[in-house]
Design a protein around this ligand. Structure first.
Ligand SMILES: *Cc1c(COP(=O)(O)O)cnc(C)c1O
Length: 341
């Protein structure tokens, strides 16, 4: 690659030079708004009035997806439609103007094309971050949506998430919610802000990498990844409800697991069952950034529980590899998950 090597920099700190952007502009006199035509611009600071809605009332949401460069040079975006659909859902729940799905898809594809020289080879990728927020200037609008909005597609070349090798994570089971019913299922910025305190505390006090949020002792997900259990025969993960983010990686892993002959169980798993399962089974965290990260240890009520032998399990490796092979163009894209930019 010609660009400064992003594979050595922390995830999300290097940006490709171009972005696609549009604005929703509200005409107060006619009381209606419309989206401007989108355009490609350099990545540069955006200008916001200090009274902008997002700065006061957290009217912001985003997406996270990836484009991969194959060995033969082809570029493919993973599960574009699913990410576009989730963005619509997030915008709707925040009562933000909703950019049309085909516009969002076009803006993402163009952002990838414009930055094509900045996509690292596999296992690196181009991480794509569609971002939407409310820009209406009105600090009295605490209980009113923002009819003005800015929407852009920012891209970040990223290296192998596990460049130091797959390291099993240490995860605290915490008796509290990450978000709320309804908001748990959207990628809204405010959710991450409220999860920060418990995660920092788990790091400082218990040397944990992540917190698995278990309100009323009912495991849901971590701060930015879904939670799965696996053994040689089955994969178990929480059934979809409005409390947690419906991960595209989760959906992809379940589909692949079914293809590989695993039984798929989508249901709640209470903490006692979880800890019992992990004596011989495997546990992992799924998300776009890491795909499937192994959990090596749980900490619960001041006791440590080793998951399996504490290392990376065979089923974690197998399912992870099956998914990354599709993303890298090394396996057949049987479900039509990849889109050319
Ligand atoms: C993004 C995210 C996930 C993972 O979703 P993917 O679509 O698999 O990347 C899980 N939980 C939270 C809270 C997230 O923000």
């Amino acid at each position: 690659m010609s660009v400064s090597d992003p594979t050595t920099k922390p995830f999300g700190t290097v940006f490709a030079p171009r972005m696609t952007v549009c604005e929703h502009v509200h005409d107060t006199e006619r009381n209606e708004g419309s989206w401007t035509d989108w355009k490609t611009t350099p990545v540069e600071p955006v200008s916001l009035h200090p009274g902008a809605h997002v700065l006061h009332y957290a009217s912001s949401c985003f997406e996270g997806l990836k484009a991969y460069r194959w060995k033969n040079g082809d570029v493919r975006i993973f599960r574009l439609d699913k990410h576009v659909a989730r963005m619509q859902k997030s915008a709707a729940l925040l009562h933000l103007p909703i950019p049309a799905p085909d516009v969002v898809a076009d803006m993402i594809r163009t952002a990838v094309k414009e930055n094509v020289d900045h996509i690292p080879d596999y296992p690196g990728s181009l991480y794509i971050r569609p971002t939407l927020f409310g820009t209406s200037v009105d600090i009295g609008a605490a209980a009113v949506p923002s009819p003005d909005a800015l929407f852009y597609i920012l891209c970040s070349p990223v290296g192998d998430y596990f460049s130091g090798g797959l390291r099993p994570l240490r995860v605290l089971l915490a008796d509290r919610a990450r978000s709320t019913p309804e908001f748990g299922m959207v990628k809204a910025g405010a959710n991450y802000a409220q999860a920060l305190g418990p995660v920092l505390k788990a790091k400082a006090d218990l040397n944990c990498d992540q917190v698995l949020f278990c309100p009323a002792k009912d495991p849901q997900e971590t701060g930015a990844a879904n939670f799965v259990l696996m053994d040689d025969n089955r994969i178990i993960t929480r059934h979809l409800d409005s409390n947690f983010l419906h991960g595209v990686t989760r959906d992809s892993l379940l589909t692949i697991a079914k293809d590989l002959g695993y039984a798929v169980e989508e249901r709640g798993v209470a903490i006692p069952e979880l800890l019992e399962f992990c004596k011989s089974g495997e546990a992992g965290l799924s998300g776009t950034a890491a795909v499937l990260a192994p959990i090596g240890t749980f900490v619960f009520e001041e006791t440590e529980y080793t998951v399996g032998d504490g290392g990376v399990g065979a089923n974690t490796n197998k399912l992870r590899q099956a998914l990354v092979d599709i993303q890298a163009g090394e396996a057949d894209d049987a479900h039509g998950w990849l889109t050319a930019p």
